[in-house]
Design a protein around this ligand. Structure first.
Ligand code: AMP
Ligand code: ZN
Length: 267
């Protein structure tokens, strides 16, 4: 799940409270390139008697395409890991500036200050640019901002800085965490999937809102065949983008989390 530290709508407190209210006993917060919510969230978790697995969602480039890799169970105070995240967030900022420049060249006078005014945390992403475009009257809706300007392949699109999946797996593993290819059903070809397995991921996110029951069966089969771990979740962003119903209805059983813990224990 994502908090306001990246592109989620809820603060760590609001998210943990909401997760508890729908009956969840374990959650993971996986902000993009950020673990800034985790100290606060773990403190709050005591009040709500809910377990929070430290997480993050990182971006890798493979054959020119972007894939996402989730890290779970890291020591989120690990210096190398924190340095890597800080560098990634710096690259996000530079990329947002490149997108704003492209928009300006298209005679859309969006300023970087407006983008930053739409962020609530430390990780800038296209959702913040989309919100700025809407709030400044340059797009009629959040989705139109993507389809007209900043979506993949659209005129103001800019790629992120390149980072190999091997590097991301290594940085997660050295911090004591497990790495998972995120939502492969969300435009990840089988070629990329198998290359990511070769890159050394510990598992695959089998359960995700974008996966049909057939896809869940397909990815579960691959996980079993390659002796990988399974993960899953709601990818909840706070309810603002129509994902309210996902919280508490899409996830994995505690027994699947226990299998992850056993793998960690044997590492
Ligand atoms: P970023 O990490 O900055 O590339 O932003 C990626 C996020 O932007 C995704 O997680 C989605 O929430 C959102 N996004 C990407 N493409 C679209 C789209 N076509 N329509 C709506 N949201 C999108
Ligand atoms: Zn993702």
């Amino acid at each position: 799940m994502h908090t306001s530290y990246s592109d989620g709508a809820l603060s760590p407190y609001e998210l943990v409270k909401k997760a508890k209210s729908v009956g969840l006993s374990i959650i993971s917060i996986t902000d993009h390139d950020s673990v800034s919510a985790l100290d606060e969230a773990q403190e709050i978790s005591k009040e709500f008697a809910i377990e929070i697995i430290p997480g993050t969602e990182l971006s890798a480039t493979l054959n020119g395409a972007e894939i996402h890799i989730l890290g779970y169970f890291m020591d989120f105070h690990n210096k190398l890991f924190l340095d890597f995240l800080a560098e990634s967030r710096g690259e996000r900022l530079k990329r947002a500036e490149r997108i704003v420049n492209k928009l300006n060249q298209m005679n859309i006078p969006l300023k970087m200050e407006s983008v930053l005014a739409n962020t609530t945390g430390d990780s800038v992403g296209r959702p913040h640019i989309a919100n700025a475009l809407v709030n400044e009257g340059h797009a009629q809706s959040y989705h139109q901002a993507f389809s007209k300007y900043i979506g993949n392949g659209r005129p103001a699109f800019e790629k992120k800085a390149e980072c190999s999946p091997e590097e991301i797996v290594r940085i997660i593993n050295q911090a004591g965490g497990l790495s998972f290819l995120a939502h492969p059903g969300h435009s990840v070809s089988d070629t990329l999937l198998f290359q990511t397995i070769k890159a050394g991921v510990d598992g695959i996110e089998v359960v995700h809102p974008s996966h049909t029951p057939d896809l869940v069966r397909y990815y579960r089969g691959i996980v079993n065949e390659y002796c990988l771990l399974e993960s899953g979740g709601s990818d909840f962003h706070g309810g603002q983008k129509g994902d309210e119903h996902l919280l508490g209805s899409i996830g994995i059983p505690v027994s699947t989390v226990d299998i992850m813990r056993r793998r960690l224990f044997s590492n």
